[in-house]
Design a binder for this molecule. Structure first.
Ligand SMILES: [Zn+2]
Length: 262
């Protein structure tokens, strides 16, 4: 199933993923935000709406339990909520049964949040914590996601060779092509690294080897971590503002769906 959205009126689906405007080149990116909700999420939602940035927020169930009203606020203000499991385990350390339970438990919570927000849930998306696709259970988990009607981001426009080498285009979870890596600050990299993060990491977006790679559409990953906000206040808007200033344009992806069960 291909579906475009009418929720974000500023969004148009484009098939040229980069373009030249005067002397400037822009490229397309899809924004994904992991590990919320937190006490900061509401502010991020407001920022995203002010900038007309569509986003997928991959929430944790354990955080929805703590910040239920924030989760409802995000839905009511146009965010797409994705499933990032209930408790953020490493899926390769779980049995298949435990893994499915992690996904199911969070699905139920997300459905409750949409119901409380009185919004229909149009997109069913899942991202593995740490990008750990489940090790020995990978194939079975992919089958599970597909059979449950989970969706993936349409990979058209993504030209990074590694995305296809690792068959990320074929899987039914949502991976990424670019990670800000800003969580390194949380782990003690320190405030002096702020300028490095806000410059070099974002510069890498444009540093692909071939022109096709360089102009690839991107699935960008940033995290909603309260600990990072303490070490680097305003990191979220600073990194995203800088990314856009470099000519990256955030739009809604198209989605492809697995099997639909009634
Ligand atoms: Zn995560």
């Amino acid at each position: 199933m291909h579906e475009t959205t009418s929720e974000h009126k500023h969004v148009e689906v484009r098939f040229d993923y980069y373009r030249k405007q005067g002397g400037n080149v822009s490229k397309i990116a899809y924004l994904t935000i992991d590990d919320g909700p937190t006490e900061n999420t509401k502010g991020y939602v407001d920022y995203l709406n002010n900038r007309s940035i569509p986003a997928i927020m991959f929430f944790l169930g354990s955080n929805i339990d703590r910040y239920r009203n924030v989760a409802i606020y995000a839905v009511q203000h146009g965010m797409i909520i994705g499933n990032h499991s209930y408790s953020h385990p490493q899926f390769s350390k779980l049995t298949l049964d435990e893994a499915v339970k992690e996904i199911r438990r969070q699905e139920a919570l997300i459905n409750l949040i949409y119901a409380a927000a009185r919004h229909a849930r149009k997109y069913k998306l899942f991202r593995f914590p740490y990008g750990d696709k489940g090790g020995a259970n990978k194939g079975k988990l992919q089958e599970y996601l597909k059979s449950e009607g989970f969706m993936k981001i349409d990979p058209t426009g993504i030209t990074h060779p590694s995305y296809y080498e690792y068959e990320l285009d074929r899987d039914w979870d949502v991976f990424w092509t670019f990670d800000f890596g800003e969580y390194a600050i949380r782990d003690g990299a320190g405030g002096s690294n702020q300028s490095i993060l806000s410059h070099t990491n974002v510069m890498n977006l444009w540093a692909g080897g071939s022109p096709a790679d360089r102009f690839s559409a991107e699935i960008i990953l940033i995290h909603d971590h309260a600990a990072t906000e303490i070490r680097f206040p305003g990191y979220f808007s600073e990194l995203l503002d800088h990314t856009m200033a470099m000519g990256v344009e955030f739009t809604m992806p198209r989605f492809v769906q697995g099997d639909m069960r009634t």
